[in-house]
Design a protein around this ligand. Structure first.
Ligand SMILES: NC(=O)c1ccc[n+]([C@@H]2O[C@H](COP(=O)([O-])OP(=O)(O)OC[C@H]3O[C@@H](n4cnc5c(N)ncnc54)[C@H](OP(=O)(O)O)[C@@H]3O)[C@@H](O)[C@H]2O)c1
Length: 280
């Protein structure tokens, strides 16, 4: 089986590679090797490689930047899904598209499942929602993997990850602002990557899947858990979302849950495993 990963320099892609099952021919294309804004290159490369599966992890991930660079975020996060969808229908390969909890508006007070209707409230969420729609319009052979607050060994070059960012601020010895009024389900890239391989190798039905660690927390709860595991006592200030004055609106409650067969370990266990894996 031949699998191609787009945006292969990223933190999720890193664990997709680390967990590559035997017998899979896995080809990664970094941004330098294939810019997903270049339609002709996508068509030429995918036709040449003739894969069974394309995993598109490429994205502009900085939520506040997406409010400023609207054209760019749509070009990177949304439009390529039309091209991949068309190619998928013509060539019969499956597409794995990584989407986000930010497709939801956060007005619900219980977890969002695959059956809930998206209603994004910022450009990043909108770009991902449009990407989902385009993919679903052009092919039936899709796995839309909605995940949130990814943390993994490699970190994202452009935005780090929630755990690394907290540890860095602790090391700098500064007061750490932790928001206590937004809720989400964190996701360990290792666990998400493992689930993606299950979709592919066990030939799960195509469709939308929510893939996050079990449970939910706030940045405040996440911070307390991390610092308790590390046995350190930074100076913490509890703040509200409003006080942070982010450029992009954020859903106050974007906890994902799967009503399908996806079940990852609780987020606390995943955080512990991640902290054991990294060099602090
Ligand atoms: N991180 C999160 O908390 C989170 C939450 C929900 C969903 N997601 C989604 O999960 C996926 C993986 O995220 P991640 O955390 O692994 O992010 P990441 O580490 O930033 O990976 C994204 C990769 O895409 C590349 N890229 C950016 N623009 C590109 C372009 N025009 N053409 C080709 N590649 C391009 C980036 O390259 P550069 O580093 O050179 O820019 C980077 O290697 C993304 O689709 C993201 O939207 C992430």
């Amino acid at each position: 089986m031949k699998v191609v990963v787009l945006g292969s320099g990223g933190q999720l892609a890193f664990d997709i590679f680390r967990l590559k099952p035997e017998g899979v021919d896995l080809i990664g294309l970094t941004r330098e090797e294939l810019d997903v804004r270049d339609k002709e290159s996508i068509v030429k490369t995918i036709r040449e490689l003739n894969p069974d599966v394309v995993i598109n992890t490429a994205a502009m991930v900085r939520v506040d930047d997406a409010e400023i660079y609207e054209d760019r975020v749509l070009e990177i996060n949304a439009v390529p899904q039309k091209i991949l969808g068309e190619l998928s229908s013509q060539m019969n390969f499956s597409v794995v598209y990584i989407s986000t909890d930010y497709v939801f508006d956060g007005t619900k007070r219980e977890p969002y499942t695959e059956e809930d209707i998206p209603n994004p409230i910022n450009m990043y969420g909108f770009s991902k929602f449009l990407g989902e729609k385009l993919l679903m319009n052009y092919t039936d052979r899709y796995y839309i993997v909605r995940t949130s607050a990814l943390f993994g060994y490699k970190g994202s070059r452009s935005k780090g990850n929630v755990v690394y960012n907290l540890i860095r601020r602790f090391k700098e010895g500064k007061v750490i602002n932790l928001i206590d009024d937004i809720y989400f389900a964190p996701a360990y890239t290792r666990d998400v990557a493992q689930q993606i391989w299950k979709f592919i190798l066990q030939r799960w039905d195509h469709g939308i899947y929510h893939v996050v660690n079990d449970g939910f927390t706030s940045p405040y709860g996440l911070g307390l858990e991390i610092f308790a595991i590390l046995g350190v006592h930074p100076r913490i200030s509890r703040v509200s979302l409003k006080e942070m004055r982010f450029r992009a609106r954020r859903p106050r409650y974007s906890v994902l849950q799967s009503v399908k067969r996806v079940k990852l370990r609780p987020w606390q266990e995943a955080i512990k495993a991640f902290l054991e894996e990294i060099d602090i």
